[in-house]
Design a protein around this ligand. Structure first.
Ligand code: UD1
Ligand code: MG
Length: 457
């Protein structure tokens, strides 16, 4: 049976007080609208329509993709008017699922249940009981039977006592929906075309109306203000944290954990407080992450330890950290950092587009960019690869067992052969053969019995 999915996203979102359209504000790193679209991606739909209006160009550019069609609503005269714009685009013969772009955490099973209950023949409303229903459309019943939805501003004092509210999510028989939205009027408190007026029309026509009540407030909470956005973010983070803990991950504090993407964890993973994971991150068995780390697009192998205040950002190229490696505190791993097993990267060391083989160490205040570093290399404090000549990037190749003293500048392109030694303070501009010692600095001058100047009286 054909299914249309319509996401309403044309509203202004005045209370966000932002120049960014409301549905593009981010929850856990993805826009509100992306959440809605991804949570309904599993439903087999003939048409996926996003209604845009306020900031339409921006919204469309942000979520354009396979199978999504945009219908513009200009001006925005209410939710019923929004659905009117989609009528030519709706496939007949089945149901239409209507969602709100600002209600991001709707669950896939709930949407499936609504569609199944509608089955092209029934109007199915998702409802919830609120302790404080102020502002919501109320579900008016006669006995058990749903009779209408009345908007808060249009409700009588008695109707305002009703605690069962419409969540803004419904599944309707498509052909009837098209007919009903053509008959809406805007004679009401807000002068808008209310989609919710179709309920009374269905009742009048004898079309069955079903209210499906959810008890999960999180899935129907909408975002209207920065405060509500932050509140929903914490709820969502808590859900993610609980799911990880159920899978055995040890979080020092689930309230101080943020995942903005996907996190895969092996067994016995420990994550200390205030860590942020973004994009795709994978942590192998026994990985320990210290407090205050930010980790994005990275793969961290079993037994590795990421100490406090480390920043890892693989961007598109990714970062990989080998088994048993020790990183940080205060380390920075950038795109293309590929660290082998047992590598040590210490405080204030930056690694970018560089491969370090097993057991290589750079423990203090160093830069390794565009470099290939062999096994067991010891890279001294304050040493850097000078990889950029002002126009192009060049590579530094360091063989196995090389010892680079402190405060060296390796001017790329340059190759240090296996087992070479570089004296501290050297600026190396020429290749060094295996086993050689290279020292490139001024010789020390010594003056015996030197008398220091004294201050004139
Ligand atoms: C709506 C419901 C109300 C329900 C509440 C749940 C109506 C008339 N009322 O009220 O019963 O309790 O949701 O949150 O539907 N939109 C458009 N074009 C428009 C107007 C709105 O696309 O012209 C979009 C908004 O961007 C938003 C959604 O529709 O995503 C809901 O609109 P909103 O103005 O928030 O409706 P409410 O007043 O909250
Ligand atoms: Mg709303």
């Amino acid at each position: 049976m054909p299914l249309n999915i319509v996401v309403m996203a044309a509203g202004k979102g005045t209370r966000m007080k932002s120049s960014l359209p409301k549905v593009l504000h981010k929850l856990a790193g993805r826009s509100l609208l992306q959440h809605v679209l991804s949570r309904t991606a599993a439903l087999q739909a003939q048409a996926r329509i996003v209604i845009t209006g306020h900031g339409a160009d921006q919204v469309e550019a942000a979520v354009a993709g396979a199978g999504i069609r945009f219908v513009r609503q200009e001006p925005q005269l209410g939710t019923g008017h929004a659905i009117q714009q989609t009528v030519p685009a709706l496939e007949d013969g089945g149901s239409t699922l209507i969602l709100s772009g600002d209600t991001p955490l709707i669950s896939t099973p709930t949407t499936q249940a609504l569609v199944e209950a509608s089955h092209g023949a029934r109007l199915v409303l998702l409802t919830i009981e609120y302790a404080d229903p102020t502002g919501y459309g109320r579900i008016v019943r006669d006995g058990e039977a749903v009779k209408a939805i009345v908007e808060h501003k249009d409700a009588t004092p008695e109707q305002r006592q009703i605690r069962e509210c419409y969540t803004g999510i419904m599944a309707a028989p498509t052909e009837a929906l098209k007919r009903w939205v053509g008959q809406l009027s805007n004679q009401n408190a807000q002068g808008e075309y209310y989609l919710t007026d179709i309920v009374a029309m269905a009742v009048a026509e004898g079309v069955p109306v079903v209210a499906v009540k959810t008890t999960d407030e999180t899935e129907v909470l909408g975002v209207n203000s920065p405060s509500q956005l932050a509140h929903l973010e914490r709820r969502f983070q808590r859900q993610q944290a609980e799911a990880l803990m159920d899978a055995g991950v040890r979080l020092a504090d689930p309230a101080r954990f943020d995942l903005r993407g996907e996190l895969q964890c092996g067994r016995d993973v420990d994550i200390d407080v205030n860590c942020v994971f973004e994009g795709k991150v994978s942590l192998g068995d026994g990985v320990r992450i210290g407090a205050n780390c930010v980790i994005r697009n990275a793969t961290i192998a079993a037994g590795a330890r990421i100490h406090e205040f480390t920043h890892i950002d693989g961007e598109a190229a990714g970062v990989s950290v080998g088994e048993g490696a020790l990183i940080g505190p205060f380390a920075r791993l950038r795109p293309g950092a590929q660290l082998g097993a047992e590598v040590h990267i210490g405080n204030f060391v930056e690694v970018k587009n560089a491969t370090l083989a097993r057991g290589a160490k750079a423990n203090h205040l160093a830069y390794l960019g565009d470099a290939t570093v062999g096994e067991r290399v010891n890279y001294g404090a304050g040493s850097i690869t000078a990889n950029y000549d002002g126009a192009n990037k060049h590579r530094t190749t360091i063989g196995a067992d090389v010892h680079v003293g402190s405060n060296c500048v390796l001017v790329a392109p340059v190759t240090l052969g296996d087992g070479a030694t570089i004296g501290g303070g050297s600026t190396i501009t020429k290749d060094v053969a295996p086993g050689q010692l290279a020292v490139a600095r001024g010789r020390q001058t010594v003056i015996s019995e030197w008398v220091r100047p004294v201050k004139k009286k």
